[in-house]
Design a protein. Structure first.
Length: 490
């Protein structure tokens, strides 16, 4: 392995590969920071430019976009409550609250250090265990995916500020929205009153509306109120001392994120959700989560970046993409005449090991870019709210339109923005709704497939060992708040 890494380093430390790496990092930050754009979109846009490139610089550039987009996605999540990536939705809860309290610099520093630490540690896991740990991902069938999604939905009920009941209401609203569109198994339409909804409610538009546009209404409402004070923080030099108190949270969240990332279909959003829930359960101050908890921000950011590395393991070792972005990466490798899977390590060992080396090289660069650019982003909080609201809504509408090049997406974003604002006034945070949109389709599709395989025997579906264990975890998660409430002294 060491010899392969050294040989791959000779390929990576060349001008054309380093240039491709730099382009990938810049594009990744850009698509991550703009709501509506995602890593898969950025990779898809650049794939045509890889046709005339050699395999190593082409793949390195795509992987750099894949990793850097998560770094960029948390910037608007913290500053204006507009997650650039779906996986940043959980980070927005505490990151934006810190920004509102005048700690935008500290929130950005914590996020970039947690992201970099999680990505670096998980990359080491990837190098050491890519071909071994990915085998366990194959044990997940429809029954296991159904149980995994149920665990995720159960965890949503304890997320964020407010009562579990309000989180549950948000969860149910999200699941109701998921039912719109074609039946994923039978193909019949459900609640499709316009052909624009044949594929369901556009997720990107709903995400932008619930988080960003609803926040614009809040900005307008508070346009003449006092601005949040800005706490001065030398984010570059003080970064290590800022993250050190949370080293155990980083390590635990990285392991959780990497393990979830190994499971095809799970993704960074579930990894962030699971890690956040575990951090809250084990925290001495769980009531602070959702209101500006440093621990919550670190847990979600370390996990969702670690999941990116975890998703690379089944892709490289088995040829199984574990996320939409990983699927685009498979397409980029196929165009180069490469076939991800066990034979890749035998026939083209320079490719996976060049990816490993490029990750080790690019991650410190991404962290430094994030740290030294943080003071610039912090200044955004001193701009008048009315001006920020104008820019944010413009970017949001552009992002919604660019997701499918259709004005209908803009209409959906506006509608969900109004709904999100009303729900905020009722004390219902948008995060449970968005995460229900992510998990609802997976839960329904997996359950329907599992029922077909088991001849409509639900007991057989939940009797699989892994599925049964996950469902037990879901029950424990759901009843634990009730147990805690009863155990409190009157």
């Amino acid at each position: 392995m060491i010899n392969n890494l050294l040989e791959a380093a000779e390929f990576v430390f060349t001008l054309n590969v380093l240039l491709a790496l730099a382009i990938g990092i810049i594009v990744g930050y850009f698509v991550g920071a703009l709501p509506g754009l995602s890593s898969s979109m950025g990779m898809a846009l650049l794939i045509p430019f890889t046709f005339g490139m050699d395999p190593i610089p082409a793949i390195v550039m795509l992987v750099a976009i894949y990793m850097a987009s998560d770094y960029g996605g948390v910037i608007p999540a913290i500053l204006v409550n507009a997650p650039g990536e779906p996986s940043s939705a959980v980070s927005a809860m505490d990151g934006f609250a810190m920004s509102q309290a005048g700690e935008a610099g500290k929130a950005l520093t914590l996020s970039i250090m947690a992201s970099g630490s999680g990505a670096l540690i998980s990359t080491i896991f990837l190098i050491a265990t890519a071909s071994v740990m990915a085998d366990y991902a194959l044990a997940f069938g429809p029954s296991e995916f159904f149980a995994l999604s149920v665990v995720g939905l159960a965890l949503i009920s304890i997320l964020g500020a407010g009562t579990p009941l309000k989180s549950l209401i948000g969860l149910l609203l999200g699941l109701c929205v998921v039912t719109i569109g074609l039946d994923p198994i039978g193909g019949t339409d459900r609640y499709v009153f316009t052909m624009y909804l044949i594929d369901g409610v556009p997720f990107v538009a709903a995400l932008i509306g619930l988080f960003a546009i609803s926040e614009v209404f809040v900005m307008i409402e508070e346009a003449h109120g006092p601005r949040p004070k800005i706490v001065k923080l030398n984010v570059a030099s003080g970064a290590i001392s800022t993250i050190l108190p949370h080293w155990f949270v980083v390590l635990r969240s990285t392991i959780l994120g990497y393990m979830v990332g190994l499971i095809p279909g799970a993704g960074a959003s579930i990894a962030s959700l699971v890690s956040y829930a575990v951090a809250r359960k084990s925290s001495r101050t769980p009531e602070a989560f959702g209101t500006g908890s440093e621990e919550g921000l670190v847990a979600s950011e370390a996990a969702n970046n670690a999941a990116r590395s975890g998703a690379m393991a089944p892709l490289l070792s088995l040829g199984v993409p574990a996320s939409a972005s990983a699927a685009v990466l498979v397409g980029g490798m196929t165009i180069q005449g490469l076939q991800p899977g066990p034979l890749l390590f035998t026939n083209n060992p320079e490719i996976p090991y060049a990816i490993f080396v490029s990750l080790l090289v690019s991650l410190p660069i991404m962290v430094l870019i994030g740290l030294f650019s943080a003071p610039f982003w912090v200044r955004v909080t001193s701009v008048p709210r009315a001006a920020i609201a104008t820019v944010v809504v413009s970017i949001c509408m552009l992002g919604a339109y660019s997701a499918a090049n259709d004005t209908f997406e803009m209409i959906v974003a506006a509608i969900f923005g109004i709904v999100g604002y009303i729900l905020r006034k009722c004390g219902i945070h948008p995060a449970p709704i968005v995460l229900a949109l992510v998990l609802g389709e997976l839960m329904e599709t997996s359950l329907r497939r599992a029922m077909i395989i088991s001849n409509d025997n639900f007991l057989q579906v939940i009797s699989h060992p892994i599925a049964a264990g996950l469902l037990v975890v879901a029950v424990v998660v759901l009843i634990s708040p009730l147990i805690k409430r009863r155990s409190r002294p009157a």
